[in-house]
Design a protein around this ligand. Structure first.
Ligand SMILES: [Zn+2]
Length: 88
């Protein structure tokens, strides 16, 4: 999972992506860099569709880890149990 982070250089703060590449400008203070990091992380999460979404199984809104994650925990557990019953 890609995470952005703030790193201090010798005289400024920068935002790095998951590959350790600098994204965006140099920031004079850590708070500004942290704000920018959060903005980039939020944009990334939106692209990956992380965050609240309605469950495909029951329609309840749950926190999704990504585009592959479409069932809430109760439905996922239910699906797992069904899968075991079918297999067994
Ligand atoms: Zn559900």
């Amino acid at each position: 999972m890609a995470e952005y982070r703030v790193q201090k250089t010798f005289d400024a703060f920068v935002v790095l992506n998951a590959d350790g590449e600098r994204v965006g400008p140099y920031w004079a203070n850590e708070l500004a860099a942290e704000r920018e990091r959060k903005r980039m992380q939020d944009a990334y999460d939106r692209r990956r569709k992380r965050g609240p979404r309605p469950c495909l199984g029951c329609g309840a809104v749950f926190h999704s880890d990504g585009i592959h994650h479409r069932l809430c925990d109760p439905c996922r557990n239910h699906a797992d149990a069904l899968g075991r019953e079918m297999a067994g």
